[in-house]
Write a protein that binds this ligand. Sequence first.
Ligand code: GH3
Ligand code: MG
Ligand code: MG
Ligand code: MG
Length: 316
Amino acid sequence: YVVKDSPAAIQQLVLAVDRILTSGKTQVLVVDSDSESLRQQVNLIAKQRFQIVAVESGAAALEALDSRTGIDMVVCDIDLADMDGFTLLSEIRQRHGDDAVRVVGLSKSDDRMVAARFLRAGGDEYIQKPFLVEEFNSRIFHVAAIQKRVQSLHRIAARDYLTDIYNRRYFFEAGPRLVDQALRRGEAMSIAILDIDHFKRLNDTYGHEVGDVVLKVVSSRLKQRVGARHLLARLGGEEFGIIFNGLGLVEALDHCEHLRMELASQPIDADGEALTITVSAGLAAISERETFDNYLNAADQFLYMAKHAGRNRVFS
Ligand code: GH3
Ligand code: MG
Ligand code: MG
Ligand code: MG
């Protein structure tokens, strides 16, 4: 950000910095039906500079998790007014999977089996009330650190090493889920495969390293153009997959045509050379209940036809 000498610009900068700081913070959902106890935990966790959402029931906790993305950790009393912590825990795991949030249970129960049962049920930590502040802080901090590592491993596992866009594994994992969801909601969706034309020739002429630069530049241009609403992945080599959320065939075709023309019209600066590259693409829209693989195969066949028709074109 460039700060010009104006209050509005400075205000904008402050907001941006705040957003960046907030986004990096661990978000904790604190659940306790005893408002005094809730307040105590919120105060302690706030001192660790975490962002907090506090609720007094299991139902509210589930709602908060459904509607707010970014909650990293749930700290819940096991004896809630509307449901017990075991039910809450299993609901969380069922709805959000094992890795989305860490769950810490608290209880003033003197049943010494509670901790064992909670951990066995998939909880990440258990804290006996009343607790030492030092112990509470340390356990919360420890669990937050584990969750940061889980998230960072997830991120790495989903990315392509060379280009840092999504990888093949993530594409094939997310694809069927997105298709199902779109069909269920009656929303449009299209799937494209893009392939750089004569990429082998480029490698042979300029070397593999220049080829890698081209892959990075093409990826970053595609990423910028495609945007966060859709899913872009490198499927392998010089081949990319795009899932266009909410776009039917006509709109997605228009989008792909723009991508194709833009890539063809902006040479890539690599190793002092201005390299003009083109791409071919195949596109299929989802229509009835078929599998993700079927749509992908259809897109692949259109790609094949685009190549045979002379490349630098989109077929659907
Ligand atoms: P077409 O227009 O039919 O797609 O021809 P093409 O040459 O682009 O396709 P082909 O499948 O024959 O060649 C793809 C080449 O991509 C071959 C391979 O060496 C190269 N390649 C695959 N992965 C990488 C990579 O990570 N970096 C570089 N530089 N090249 C790669
Ligand atoms: Mg090929
Ligand atoms: Mg190619
Ligand atoms: Mg290829």
